[in-house]
Write a protein that binds this ligand. Structure first.
Ligand SMILES: [Zn+2]
Length: 435
């Protein structure tokens, strides 16, 4: 039996199927206003963005059975951009089954997103920033959010590691239960525990989705080349081991979607990452600037005005990428229960020094030392964190290098050597086991 609300929403749907002659007529007299429509599917969440010349007013209803979101957009008429949304949703979208769009009343367009799973939608507006006009954003989050630890464990089950039971530690952490100990078998010795230790490297490909990052003179997007390098680095890290400790890479994003800065940090903390590497390839205000750079956090101001400029630019990612400010306020306040970052910064500088040496052996460096500034993404108090600007995408030659598979290969190999150099001097401590 339909509830009254469901019945209300069922009636117009049948008349809303795209392609009906009356809708084609409505499109002809469209009052425009919609500039672009984009869809960013990912397992974390699927985002639909509707960009317009004025802020849009909406009313929305979420129906759970079957799950769908109906969104009435006021003050517009159906136009070709909105109709394109139907074709932009791919059949493998994790959340959206299909889209129906139609003129519900004069000046009111109804958008219905039929969903594949129960979702928690967030609908919010973003004011113009960078190259964007006004944006209406619909984020569809899973009703049961994906735990980064589950993602890491699932990835490890697919490709078993040579070490004895590092997976057991992670599963124990996940379930909050001690690993099973068979009676009469002595618990592992300390050295055995240390040798079984899994080293987890969080690789953070900058930007993504709505946030392209910097764009090179030939049109190369930072978000694309840094994801390519992150995936390459992941392959190189997985399967490596240092003194019996298996290394595992964890990606804060593995596709073309946006992840807010504080969530990148939280994901790394959730998987208990040993290190955090943020990979970028930014533009600079002078197009002649070139060379790779390595940055660590600073808690007392930037080491140079250039470092401050780059940190400010990176920290703007949330406003370009599109963050629901109501959610951000709650999460950032929680994160601000900060502890001293002095130890983290010291370790990050050591890591950065080795990284500069290795990267400097195969690429031009912007400066021969680790720079420091207040990067939001480097603020995990408990994880040594660095940000690598792999080259300046604003420099035409460096843009070409960033696209070159050989350069990407050499650079990621240098980063891997930088990691092993760090761990050879700072072996990871045994994880606390609750046996
Ligand atoms: Zn960047």
């Amino acid at each position: 039996m339909f509830t009254r609300r469901q019945a209300l929403f069922h009636l117009p749907y049948t008349a809303l199927l795209l392609g009906a002659p009356e809708l084609a007529r409505a499109a002809d007299t469209s009052s425009a206003g919609i500039l672009a429509v984009r869809v960013w599917p990912a397992l974390d969440y699927t985002r639909v963005t509707i960009e317009s010349d004025i802020p849009l007013t909406t009313k929305q209803v979420f129906v759970t059975d079957p799950p769908r979101l109906a969104l009435d957009i006021m003050g517009i008429d159906l136009n070709p951009e909105l109709k394109e949304l139907v074709a932009k949703v791919k059949s493998d979208d994790p959340f959206i089954q299909g889209v129906r769009v139609g003129q519900n009343a004069p000046g009111v367009v109804r958008l219905v997103l039929d969903l594949k799973q129960a979702a928690k939608p967030q609908v919010f507006l973003l004011t113009p920033v960078a190259a964007y006009h006004h944006r209406l954003v619909v984020d569809l989050y899973p009703a049961n959010p994906i735990d980064p630890l589950d993602a890491l464990i699932a990835g490890m089950k697919k490709s078993p590691t040579p070490a004895a039971d590092p997976l057991g530690d992670l599963i124990a952490e996940k379930t909050k239960k001690p690993p099973q100990v068979i009676a009469n078998v002595p618990p592992p010795t300390l050295s055995r525990q240390a040798a079984d230790r899994l080293i987890i490297i969080a690789i953070d490909a900058g930007h993504g989705g709505e946030d392209p990052g910097a764009i090179g003179p030939a049109g190369t997007k930072e978000k694309d080349v840094v994801l390519q390098m992150a995936l390459l680095l992941q392959n190189k890290i997985n399967g490596q081991s240092i003194a019996g400790n298996t290394m595992r890479a964890f990606l804060t994003r593995d596709g073309d979607y946006f992840v807010p800065l504080h969530q990148r940090v939280q994901k790394a903390q959730r998987v208990k990452a040993d290190l955090f590497l943020s990979i970028h390839a930014d533009a600079f205000f002078t197009p002649t600037a070139r060379g790779a750079s390595v940055f660590a956090l600073s808690d007392k101001g930037a080491s140079s005005s250039a470092a401050r400029w780059i940190a400010d630019k990176e920290n703007k990612a949330d406003s370009v990428g599109g963050l629901n400010i109501k959610v951000k306020d709650v999460e950032v306040k929680r994160a601000l229960l900060d502890m001293s970052q002095a130890a983290q910064i010291k370790d990050s500088l050591t890591l950065g020094d080795g990284m500069i040496t290795e990267i400097g052996s195969m690429a031009k460096l912007h400066k021969g030392k680790v720079e420091q500034a207040s990067f939001a993404v480097l603020k995990a108090p408990d994880i040594p964190s660095i940000l690598i600007e792999t080259a300046f995408i604003s420099h035409p030659e460096e843009e070409q290098k960033l696209r070159d598979p050989q350069y990407q290969d050499q650079l990621t190999s240098a980063v891997l050597r930088g990691l092993t150099r760090y761990f050879s001097k700072h072996p990871p401590l045994a994880r606390n086991r609750s046996v």
